[in-house]
Design a protein around this ligand. Structure first.
Ligand code: FES
Length: 351
């Protein structure tokens, strides 16, 4: 069909240049709270109750933080530590009740009228800005925050008390670690054992090119309180800080750092397994180049050259553990690391 042919289906449509009349807005529907003062008062009390519930949750958060034990033997609840569950539920409740209260306030009590916004150029002229400010003032007036002291005060109370959990959580940034980052449990004569299985390693067990994940054969630790047996979390923390890799290379390939000429045994070297960038465990070894790659951000260390950084964001070489062999032929440490393991930290080199 061409444009000139008659189409009876379109007979009822207005001609193209006919103007379309503005349909206007539908009749305004008043809310129950707009017409019934009793319902309005009830809605006001509901909103205030939600803000009070928020305050109760914030107080429960503080009580949970101090009352529930965190550590070796946490009470388990819903599959998690009771402390975690209580902190999460109480803080979530505090935020949730404030949110619901504000929504109910807007839906039931703030002024309800339709607004027509005309399209206009992007840059607002000064008079529009003044109008915006006036609208903001009007909005504040219409929200009723000045007229409804019960809602205003309970909202202020719930938002203010919500700061307390935030401030209390800052406490978890401490205490400062003191000198705990400066040393590990390695001591003179402590055996190097295979990771997980814990079997000691003879120098003869390793062939050139082998790389083994290893750890100290920890039985005890020595600190300012003397010698004591390590158990549980304390043992796991000690082992994770002291994790090492052992590798064997042709002794002719190795260029020991100054003063480290006797830190290897028949080409067997031992380095910290913790990346000096941000602490990922490393063990991706390229046998031919003796390069060790960190999977997190690709820092690469040359194990044949005192584990110096040859690529990536790490700023320091991997700390090396001086190795020796005990009377039974097993690999042992000559001492602890001579520098802190792991990422850099504020004040690391000040001591
Ligand atoms: S943690 Fe190893 S490169 Fe970032």
């Amino acid at each position: 069909m061409t444009d000139l042919q008659h189409d009876p289906q379109h007979d009822n449509l207005p001609a193209i240049n006919d103007s379309v009349s503005d349909p206007g807005l539908p009749a305004h529907l008043w809310r129950p709270t707009d017409v019934d003062p009793r319902l309005e008062k009830r809605a006001e009390r509901q909103v205030a109750s939600l803000f009070v519930l928020s305050m109760v949750c914030a107080v429960l958060f503080l009580v949970s933080y101090f009352a529930l034990k965190v550590g070796d033997n946490p009470t388990v609840f819903l599959g998690s530590g009771a402390s975690n569950v209580a902190l999460g539920l109480s803080f979530g409740g505090a935020l949730l009740f404030i949110g619901i209260g504000v929504i109910q306030w807007a839906r039931k009590l703030m002024d309800d009228h339709e607004i027509i916004e005309m399209r206009h150029p992007a840059a607002s002229p000064p008079e529009d800005r003044e109008a915006t400010l006036a609208a903001l003032s009007q909005g504040t007036e219409e929200s009723g925050i000045a007229r409804r002291p019960l809602i205003r005060n309970t909202l202020l109370g719930s938002v203010t008390i919500l700061l307390a959990p935030v401030v209390v959580l800052l406490r978890d940034l401490g205490p400062l670690p003191g000198d705990k980052l400066e040393s590990t449990v390695w001591t003179q004569g402590m055996r190097v054992v295979r990771d997980v299985v814990g079997t000691p390693i003879r120098a003869a067990d390793l062939e050139i090119g082998d790389l083994v994940n290893a750890e100290p054969e920890i039985i005890f630790a020595v600190d300012e309180e003397g010698e004591h047996v390590l158990e549980g979390v304390e043992l796991q923390v000690a082992k994770s800080k002291a994790a090492v890799i052992l590798l064997r290379m042709d002794p002719d390939d190795n260029t020991p750092g100054p003063g480290r000429e006797n830190w290897s045994v028949d080409g067997i070297l031992c380095y910290s397994k913790i990346c000096t960038h941000v602490g990922c465990p490393i063990s991706l070894n390229e046998r031919k180049t003796h390069h060790l790659l960190c999977p997190c951000h690709q820092s690469t260390f040359d194990l044949a050259d005192a584990a110096k950084v040859v690529f990536g964001p790490a700023a320091r070489p991997l700390p090396q553990l001086p190795l020796a062999v005990d009377a039974d032929g097993y690999l042992v440490a000559q001492s602890d690391f001579t520098e802190p393991v792991g990422p850099s930290y504020w004040g690391r080199d000040s001591g």
